[in-house]
Ligand binder design. Structure first.
Ligand code: G6P
Length: 367
């Protein structure tokens, strides 16, 4: 049937508000509510025996994959290679047989991701796909489909599918870590509890609307915007910059904060706002010193952080959005939401066609 906007101005706004529910539904499907055990679909290989993983996707799904890499390496100690599908499909990388080829796609139809899937199969990888549309070409060609429960996503720019992808990847990481015995039962239970708590924390983001709008008012006047993050928050910065470009047509670039001094620092002046993704639990002091370098050059700092981080950013940041305090493991999921909302609020001010940005397609089924 047709999907309505339910009183929201755009599908994107509606879909942003669906984040909490979608995260909850996606987790419910793979975590038993009573036993809190992970229940993944049947696989004809053992997670404990995977030698490594290669992750591939396009667009926002690729950034979800980057976050997945940080999780799989840190928690499951699994070696991970990752590349955008349009590169991977032609790179012909030497792969260890019987590794995991991990595809991420909302639609299950993106041409480059599908071609990469076939290339990975030819290299004898077990094909595991994280999909929203399970009845899709990628769904049919995968050994294992891990479904997100995001519902139809109409807005061309992906929003709720991204946090759904991350929810699946987080649980998959814990399952692989358990199989490889790289995680204690206590830590696994703690991470699962943090995930299950996320829908409530995600809902709180919408009470920060005013602070996000104040930030949007600054960004909407800019021609270029720099997004910074470190570690697992670097891909959140990439997603923020992509979303801003896609729907507001403002040029944005994301950098790993520690790499700023090797280039983009030369761009910084009053006219280039700097959006930082800085939860206090993730390399905060390192990020802080990068922000101070930017501030010293006249940069206007727009920070996403928590109460503890806000204390230390008070005199440095011009705008601060204070988010709920969450475990570092789930922070990239939570922080993505206000960063996407920021792009939406900027696009509203610019008056662009938010749901149908020029030159973009929801599903790119040609190369
Ligand atoms: C298009 C969309 C993006 C999306 C990408 C990958 O570029 O505009 O929002 O992230 O395709 O799509 P997929 O369906 O494979 O996730």
């Amino acid at each position: 049937g047709t999907v309505g906007k339910d009183g929201y101005r755009h599908y994107m706004e509606k879909e942003l508000h669906e984040h909490p529910v979608v995260i909850g539904q996606t987790l419910q499907r793979i975590i038993d509510p009573v036993t809190r055990q992970i229940v993944l679909p049947e696989m004809d290989f053992a997670l404990s025996e995977l030698p490594r993983a290669v992750i591939t996707a396009c667009g926002s799904a690729f950034y979800a994959g980057l976050i997945g890499r940080y999780w799989l390496e840190a928690e499951a100690r699994l070696p991970v290679d990752i590349d955008v599908a349009s590169e991977l499909r032609y790179r012909n990388p030497p792969l260890t047989p019987l590794g995991m080829g991990l595809l991420i796609s909302q639609s299950g139809e993106t041409a480059d991701t599908l071609a990469a899937l076939r290339a990975l199969r030819a290299e004898k990888q077990h094909i595991v796909s994280v999909l929203n549309v399970e009845a899709s070409t990628m769904g049919r060609e995968s050994d294992v489909v891990l479904g997100m429960v995001a519902g139809p996503e109409i807005s061309v720019a992906s929003t709720k599918a991204f946090t759904a992808q991350l929810s699946v990847l987080a649980v998959l990481t814990i399952a692989i870590a358990q199989a490889r015995e790289t995680i204690s039962d206590e830590r696994a239970q703690h991470l699962l509890a943090s995930l299950l708590d996320l829908p409530s924390r995600a809902a709180e983001v919408f009470s920060r609307q005013e602070a996000i709008q104040a930030m949007a008012a600054v960004i909407a006047e800019a021609r270029d915007v720099l997004y910074l993050g470190r570690g697992i928050c670097f891909p959140v910065a990439l997603e923020g910059a992509l979303k801003l470009k896609e729907i507001s047509y403002i040029h944005a670039e994301a950098y790993a904060a520690g790499e700023m001094k090797h280039g983009p620092i030369s761009l910084i002046d009053r006219d280039v706002p700097i959006v930082v993704i800085a939860p206090s639990a993730i390399l905060f002091d390192k990020t802080l010193s990068n922000i101070q370098e930017a501030r010293a050059r006249g940069g206007r700092i727009m920070a996403f952080t928590d109460a503890k981080g806000a204390e230390r950013l008070r005199d440095i940041a011009e705008q601060i959005v204070i988010l709920p305090d969450v475990d570092a493991f789930v922070a990239p999921i939570l922080y993505t939401i206000p960063v996407q909302v920021l792009a939406y609020e900027v696009a509203l001010r610019k008056g662009t066609d938010v749901d149908q940005p020029r030159n973009l397609a929801k599903s790119v089924t040609v190369e």
